[in-house]
Ligand binder design. Structure first.
Ligand code: COA
Length: 154
């Protein structure tokens, strides 16, 4: 899917097991090291906050958030490739910030690759600050890549 019906509303709803074919299709398209179907299934079983962003019936993005002890951790934030750069990532992140606040979190944490210029620009824009570097956190071609741990006070 590349074009969205211009007037169609964007909706957010809980991810379901039936969504995983489409979610995994997107995941494999947009990441060099995608989450597996099992990672998403485990997140559903663990009752993490798994959200899909949809336009009419088409899923265009999704997010996975955990909350507890006054903190939230955004584990996945993804927009399908043809829909990137249209403000959907920002909208989904704002929805996740609201969700985290609504769950009583006072801090939102996430990891990002230093090489992920687009995501880092979005996080910086919304006020996230780097609090540390997790060395060798991510798999990478021929080695490991660090993660920047970012935080946003809520
Ligand atoms: C990162 C991601 C969620 C952002 O969503 P998006 O819909 O593409 O981004 P948006 O259109 O909402 O843009 C939000 C901001 O991101 C930054 N951005 C977007 N496209 C950019 C580009 N090509 N270059 C640099 N910054 C860019 C800008 O700060 C932009 O704000 P602006 O439009 O006011 O300039 C999305 O691109 C994605 O899913 N990427 C692949 C998966 C991923 O990297 N997830 C995050 C893992 S930590």
């Amino acid at each position: 899917m590349s074009a969205l019906p211009s007037a169609a509303p964007i909706v957010y709803r809980a991810m379901r097991i039936e969504d995983l074919d489409r979610v995994c299709e997107i995941e494999q398209r947009i990441y060099a090291f995608p989450w597996t179907r099992g990672n998403f299934a485990d997140s559903l079983i663990a009752r993490y906050h798994c959200t899909v962003m949809a336009c009419e019936t088409s899923i265009i993005g999704y997010a996975v958030l955990t909350t507890g002890a006054g903190e939230a951790h955004l584990l996945n934030l993804s927009i399908d490739a043809p829909q990137q750069g249209n403000g959907h990532g920002r909208a989904l992140l704002l929805q996740q910030i609201d969700l985290a606040r609504g769950q009583g979190a006072r801090l939102l944490l996430l990891e990002v690759r230093p090489s992920n210029v687009v995501a880092r620009g979005l996080y910086r824009d919304l006020g996230f600050q780097q609090i540390t570097v997790r060395r060798g956190y991510y798999p990478d071609h021929g080695g490991r890549e660090d993660a920047l741990l970012l935080a946003l006070p809520l």
